[in-house]
Design a protein around this ligand. Structure first.
Ligand code: ADP
Length: 455
């Protein structure tokens, strides 16, 4: 019995041990299982994340492909546009030069290269003044006018040289041809207003020039031919009015008065045309004499007293200093300019108005600034840039004073610019206008010519 119970005891022990180790093994297994489950869960999460990433990558790839396609499209478009720009530049009839801030040529088109006789490879990199030389006189070979290129390189600006400015360009071999030039600032970052150089567009205007010369000649000859019969009409109608052929009945007198006024207006028009033709053809003789501009202005206003009386207007003349230095000027020329400005001020201002003439010496600029101010109808803003054009009359002026030719200011501008002066105005419609011009204090130089300005 003792033996058995020992054995049983042992078996029971062993059994207990086995049970314990089984329990341990089971709990380890349980732990492992839990770990496995955890790992499985993590794997599951990672799988999901990976699948999402793959999806995102696919999406990105598709987007990239789209962007690439767009970029290729844009590149194609850009190269097409570049081709078009190149084609436009090279097939332009006008010469084109592009210069950098240092005034070196960075682009020259085919037309410019042909007109200037400079191979494009040689011209690029050269200073623009060497390749593109302008002069005022085609006969004098050495004479060169400086290009106002600094002006358009410094700040945004445009300079126009037109047919009326009479400029010539010299090619590499020294041959001169008449030109029209537009010079503009080359802008980089348009909104920032950074000037990075200049663009010069020019055109050979030999044909236009000869047409213009023919027109000037025609006007000159026609005006000349018209003057004689017109003067006779005015002369004889004046005689009739004076009763040289006996007293006229009232109604006939009225008709003759109309004939006289018409002939007088036509003579004024023809005279202006003739004067412009003379100035444009460079035929006017300049004979400077020492002139007191204040005295001369008083003289002009005396000749206008009839018009002043009709409109009950007055002219006030102010000068600074009180006594002006005498200036060497051609009397016919200044007279004409002052007369045009004063008669405009009278014609385009209301009754009882006061016209103020100021003559101010500006020692700093070595010039005298002459101004005529009226409180008349003014010039509409939209028409202001055309006021110096030949035959141009603003709408309000045509309505207010139908008679007028639109030639007076054109002539005045030509005469002032001939002595390198400036002429301009400030005006507001309905409030009045002030016209200004400058006279160099050192005066003008004499010039040989076929005729005087006065006709
Ligand atoms: P005209 O006076 O014969 O028409 P002008 O050449 O002298 O020709 O002047 C051209 C135009 O300029 C005028 O028709 C008018 O529209 C305008 N103008 C000139 N001076 C004045 C002024 N003082 N006030 C208003 N408009 C003016």
């Amino acid at each position: 019995m003792g033996f058995f119970s020992d054995e049983v005891q042992q078996v029971l022990h062993e059994f207990e041990d086995t049970k314990k180790s089984l329990k341990e093994a089971r709990s380890q297994l349980q732990e492992k299982l839990e770990e496995l489950e955890k790992t499985n869960l993590q794997l599951e999460i990672s799988k999901k994340e990976l699948t999402k990433k793959v999806e995102d990558l696919n999406k990105s790839e598709r987007a990239m492909l789209n962007v690439l396609e767009d970029a290729r499209e844009s590149e194609k478009k850009l190269s097409k546009e570049q081709d078009l720009t190149k084609a436009v530049i090279s097939s332009m009839g006008e010469g084109l030069l592009v210069v950098d801030k240092e005034q070196k040529i960075i682009l020259i088109n085919q037309a410019a290269s042909i007109l200037l006789r400079w191979a494009s490879g040689d011209a690029v990199g050269q200073n623009v003044h060497k390749v593109f030389t302008l002069c005022k006189n085609k006969e004098k070979e050495g004479e060169v006018c400086s290009l106002p290129i600094e002006r358009v390189i410094k700040e945004p600006d445009v300079v126009n040289i037109g047919l009326g400015d009479d400029f010539y360009c010299r090619d590499k071999e020294g041959n001169a041809f008449p030109v029209m030039v537009i010079m503009a600032s080359l802008m980089q970052g348009f909104l920032r207003g950074n000037v990075s150089g200049a663009v010069i567009i020019f055109k050979n205007i030999t044909k236009e020039k000869s047409l213009d010369d023919a027109k000037t000649n025609f006007i000159s000859v026609a005006s000349h031919q018209l003057r004689t019969p017109l003067t006779s009409i005015r002369w004889f109608s004046e005689m009739l009015l004076d009763g040289d052929a006996g007293d006229l009945p009232e109604d006939q007198k009225h008709f003759v008065e109309r004939i006289y006024q018409g002939a007088d207006r036509m003579i004024n028009l023809v005279n202006l045309l003739l004067q412009i033709a003379r100035v444009e053809a460079g035929r006017v003789k300049i004979e400077p004499a020492l002139i007191d501009l204040k005295l001369l202005t008083e003289g002009v206003s005396l000749t206008l007293h009839e018009q002043l009386n009709v409109k009950k207007q007055k002219i006030n003349i102010i000068s600074k200093p009180e006594t002006l230095p005498k200036i060497l000027l051609d009397e016919d020329v200044v007279w004409q300019i002052i007369q045009n400005l004063l008669s405009n001020a009278i014609r385009y201002s209301l009754e009882n108005g006061i016209i103020t003439v100021k003559l101010i010496v500006n020692k700093k600029n070595n010039e005298l600034v002459f101004s005529v101010e009226d409180k008349g109808i003014g010039i509409p803003r939209v028409e202001q840039n055309r006021i110096f054009d030949k035959f141009y009359r603003a709408d309000n002026a045509v309505k207010y004073a139908p008679e007028g030719s639109g030639l007076g200011l054109n002539l005045a501008k030509k005469l002032v610019e001939d002595w390198k002066g400036r002429i301009w105005f400030e005006s507001e419609e309905g409030k009045g206008s002030t016209f200004y011009f400058t006279v160099p204090l050192e005066g003008v130089k004499p010039r040989e010519g076929e005729v005087k300005l006065r006709v």
